[in-house]
Ligand binder design. Structure first.
Ligand code: ADP
Ligand code: MN
Ligand code: MN
Ligand code: MN
Length: 370
């Protein structure tokens, strides 16, 4: 009988090497009624070559805060799939959007509305690059690697830190990076953050709705890899009160016009539009974001909109290199780490490219709490 985890791993390996006899496993992943992720697996008869070959599926929404017990079926509509880094071979992970029995999007399915905006503004070729920050906790809910009942030395040596005592859980972060690349996600980079045991990965640039899909899948892979290390992932924007940095999800944006020489004019126009809808954007930029957007720790105030070149204390930052070249992209620094990327990219598209008749991102927030 296996007693150590090494022995258990050796036994498991025997089964993982068994033939699947032509069948594949598709792990369906979805967003539940609290903004967390759930997944379940199913066997399919053959290798999947396109998204329309994937069947719709369903689950018990009364167990996930997504439906009442008397009408509990929620439908899973596949929207994207990726090679499964855990099961490998022809096995896949499937991102699915949730729909109610009557065909309407489930209250936390913000993809439905955002996708309409991106379809209407296809010609703008809007790109996003999101910087997902997050914090590691151990199984007893202490910040991972921090001294028991105490604090590590103040912030300073940890951002992109190198060396024992300055960096925590590099093994987990490396494993997640490789899992994302295996799955074909556009991870553009990864770095240790200012607060010890806080990290960041960047997804993008991705076009339109694809950013939200990839970011959710990258989060899923992170939770899964972290399971194996016995580490909990927190996306809370201010996991620790005091003189510790909060966690954000900076949202970098460009349209086709902004990326061409002379694009600065379009970047400025976009910032002007954003300045007029500050409050509406903030509503969709994550919960508890007020604990983070204090004007300290490289953030701007929650109540006042500001912008500037190379200014990490403003709502919107134009990178120095972009200002120098006169074209490129801008960075919205307001979104919190716990955002739904569909909400943020959706309202960004609505504000920068223009509203459309049959979609309204600001209403999505009300739908969530209905
Ligand atoms: P920071 O200096 O703010 O930490 P990062 O390097 O972490 O910047 O993140 C920059 C992000 O901007 C990356 O995700 C990258 O993919 C994205 N990005 C780069 N160029 C563009 C562009 N033209 N449009 C949108 N996003 C872009
Ligand atoms: Mn960054
Ligand atoms: Mn960062
Ligand atoms: Mn940034």
């Amino acid at each position: 009988m296996a007693e150590t985890s090494v022995e258990k791993t050796q036994i498991l390996q025997k089964y993982l090497e068994l033939e699947q006899r032509g069948r594949i496993i598709a792990e369906y992943v979805w967003i539940d009624g609290t903004g967390n992720l759930r997944s379940k697996g199913r066997t399919l008869k053959k290798k999947i070559l396109s998204i329309d070959q994937l069947p719709e599926w369903n689950f018990d929404g009364s167990s996930t805060n997504q439906a009442p017990g008397h009408d509990s079926d929620i439908y899973l509509k596949p929207v994207a799939y990726y090679p499964d880094p855990f099961r490998r071979g022809d096995n896949i992970v499937v991102l699915a959007a949730c729909y109610n029995n009557d065909g309407t999007p489930n209250k936390f399915n913000h993809r439905h509305e955002a996708a309409k905006l991106f379809a209407a503004h296809k010609d703008a070729e809007i790109w996003f690059g999101l910087e997902q920050e997050y914090t590691l906790f151990d199984m007893y809910d202490n910040v991972y690697g921090w001294p028991k009942g105490g604090f590590p030395a103040p912030q300073g040596p940890y951002y992109c830190g190198v060396g024992a005592g300055k960096v925590y859980a590099r093994d987990l972060i490396e494993a997640h990076y490789r899992a994302c690349l295996y799955a074909g996600l556009e991870l553009s980079g990864i770095n240790a953050e200012v607060m010890p045991s806080q990290w960041e990965f960047q997804v993008g640039p991705c076009t339109g709705i694809e950013l939200g899909d990839q970011l959710w899948m990258a989060r899923y892979l992170l939770h899964r890899v972290a399971e194996e290390f016995g580490i909990k992932i927190s996306f809370h924007p201010k996991p620790l009160k005091g003189d510790w940095n909060g966690a954000g999800c900076h949202t970098n944006v460009s349209t086709k016009e902004m990326r061409k020489p002379g694009g600065m004019k379009y970047i400025e126009k976009a910032i002007e539009k954003l300045s007029k809808r500050h409050a509406e954007h903030i509503k969709l930029y994550g919960s508890d974001n007020d604990m983070r957007l204090t004007g300290r720790h490289e953030t701007a105030s929650m109540t006042a909109f500001s912008s500037g070149v190379a200014n990490r204390g403003s709502s919107i930052r134009i990178p120095r290199s972009v200002a120098k070249e006169g074209y490129g992209y801008f960075e919205d620094r307001r979104p919190a780490s716990n955002i739904d990327p569909y909400l943020v990219t959706g309202i960004m598209c609505e504000t920068v490219c223009g509203a459309i008749d049959n979609a309204d991102m600001t209403k999505e927030f009300e739908r969530e709490s209905s």
